[in-house]
Design a protein around this ligand. Structure first.
Ligand SMILES: C[S@@+](CC[C@H](N)C(=O)[O-])C[C@H]1O[C@@H](n2cnc3c(N)ncnc32)[C@H](O)[C@@H]1O
Length: 234
């Protein structure tokens, strides 16, 4: 798939952010070490979200190949490998992929999780039974999210589970204020999307012919809010 200028721009900014600016904070957030109360809510929300996405994937995955698109430090990849899946774990931030490799439990068979530095959309990653994209599309505008999902749908035989930032009035206010007070270490903006827009676009776009929206659920814990959606081959 051809990428767009917006996609390339966002991916570049996310690489800088996750590979340099926020790498230590992200390493800590995704570890077991103590964090601030605010970050603890984010950690709990993220754990809940990972559990939710995993609950939508089969219990037994020994015949499955899963793409963990934007794998970060690799927790979901490891959870899928524990169910027997072969995992292609891709992230644009090389330092996070290094951390994911270091953290991978020693009792996992070598090669079961193939950690790769790169773009989740690269055709070289092959074809998949399932794709998981946990909070890795939340910084892309709706149109880009749909392009990414559409491209991955063409290479996926089973299901795609992903998250988006649900659009709520309060979040819109926070984002406007955030833009009024820019800070150099601020994370790239989160792009809120409505469930209705995703549903409408998925029903209408030809890339999703043969796919339907399955379950959807929101996770809200303190400073963490994210909504999961499942796409299934119908
Ligand atoms: C909020 S983190 C979530 C990481 C992981 N999925 C988790 O839940 O722990 C988003 C991740 O997506 C990665 N990412 C964003 N766009 C990407 C792209 N186009 N290709 C590969 N990785 C990407 C970022 O580098 C970052 O590590």
């Amino acid at each position: 798939m051809m990428t767009t200028a917006i996609y390339d721009d966002r991916r570049g900014r996310l690489e800088t952010y996750f590979n340099k600016t926020a790498v230590d904070a992200w390493a800590q957030l995704t570890s077991n070490s103590p964090v601030s109360k605010i970050r603890e809510t984010v950690r709990q929300g993220r754990d809940q979200m990972r559990g939710l996405l995993m609950s939508w994937l089969p219990r037994e995955m020994s015949q499955a190949v899963l793409l963990d698109a934007g794998c970060g430090t690799g927790a979901l990849s490891v959870a899928a490998a524990r169910r027997g899946a072969t995992v292609v774990a891709v992230d644009i931030a090389a330092n996070l992929v290094d951390l994911a490799r270091e953290r991978a439990p020693v009792d996992l068979s070598p090669g079961v999780v193939d950690f790769r530095v790169g773009d989740m959309l690269s055709a070289e990653h092959g074809e998949f039974t399932h794709v998981a994209a946990m909070d890795s599309l939340i910084h892309y505008p709706a149109d880009e999210i749909l392009r990414v999902l559409g491209a991955l749908a063409g290479r996926t035989s089973g299901s795609i589970v992903f998250t988006f930032a649900p659009s709520t009035p309060l979040l819109e206010v926070a984002l406007v204020m955030g833009r009024l007070f820019p800070r150099s270490d601020r994370s790239p903006a989160i792009e809120p999307v409505t469930e209705a827009l995703l549903r409408k676009s998925i029903a209408a776009r030809p890339e999703f012919a043969g796919w339907r929206v399955g379950r959807t659920a929101k996770v809200s814990r303190g400073f963490y809010t994210s909504q999961a959606m499942e796409l299934i081959r119908s």
